[in-house]
Design a protein around this ligand. Sequence first.
Ligand code: UT7
Length: 360
Amino acid sequence: MNRIVATGMAVPPCVVDNHLLARCMTTSDEWIVQRTGIRERRVSPDTYRMLQKLAAAPDKKAFMKSVFAEGLDGSINSSLMVSDLALEAAEKAMKNAGIAPRDLDCIVEATTVPDYAYPHTGCVLQGRLGLTSTPAISLQQGCAGFVYGLAIADQMMRGGMYRQVLVVGAELVSSMFDYTDAGRDMAVLFADGAGAVVMRAEPGPRGVLSSHLHTDGTVLDGLSGELFGSSTYPVVSQRKIADDRARPRMNGRAVFTQAVRRFKEVVRECLAAHGLGIGDVDRFIFHQANLRILEAVADSLEIPADRVFKNVERYGNTAAASVPIALHEAVQAGLVRDGDLVLLVSFGTGFSWGATLIRW
Ligand code: UT7
């Protein structure tokens, strides 16, 4: 079986609470808490500095427009990249596993917005770990990326190709949102962070029991970002920015409805594959999209509230990093113990969703 032998996480030190957001856009702590359950989130130092300035700016629309046109304080260089967070989480997971980068047979990395359009972030991470020939794979399933990564790693290990694999979910998405009224639906939800696990092939009953993956590519408008992409010609242009096509888009209600439906379906599918019921699962590690989504899923499947791990209140939605961060914190808090049955579930852009059942 292929077991997660260690976890790790990294978040930037800058904390943004709902009150700071309410000084940038028309929103309130009450609205955000009631609709999402989020009280604060971690963002890159650049986003934090930008928010401080935006909060003080008399003309917020003009200030945000200038940031998208010129960067911040005359610079468009990031002080923190997604590979920085991926590296920190990976190093912590490897330290907890008692291994060095050279002990890895493969790296699987999931990120929504990479450091570069190419090469991929798994490749950047691999180089920063000081490796020169270990294979690295990057996935772009948005919030579902880490669960897809676990499934791919597990299958490569089942096939005997690799024995020890690092799986990372990392995001630095806060830099892509409009923090004025124009982008408030998404800006209050998403945030930065990274989580990582080391998977090892070991004899015995503990490890990944099965993974169940799905995609529906017919509803791209639900949650998408053209950013750097061939949907426009050329892929980057001043016109693309002026027409607001470089910014992410979301149909919040459609995402909400689909997320609840797909979470429920895949939980049932996964448990049915093993003849198990809800009551057999010791801990549900759900993608921390939004507290209301987690509560709707738990209510409808009759999952006892204390079996669903939640940290969305402190980190917001960290997309591909959300499940490994939640898993790490649940393990650290002693909420996932040896022998427990743990179900990881995620849903995101695409839409893509999936579940992984683990005997811990
Ligand atoms: O990994 C998946 C990631 N995505 C998600 O999890 C998103 C799922 N969707 C949601 O969580 C909810 O749809 C939202 C939290 C995004 C929005 O909540 P809602 O109850 O669906 O609100 P709504 O979109 O129906 O909008 C209601 C009102 C609108 O104003 P009007 O048109 O009624 O005047 C919005 O403009 O709320 C307004 N609104 C806001 N108001 C204050 C939208 N965002 C905000 C905001 N603060 N941040």
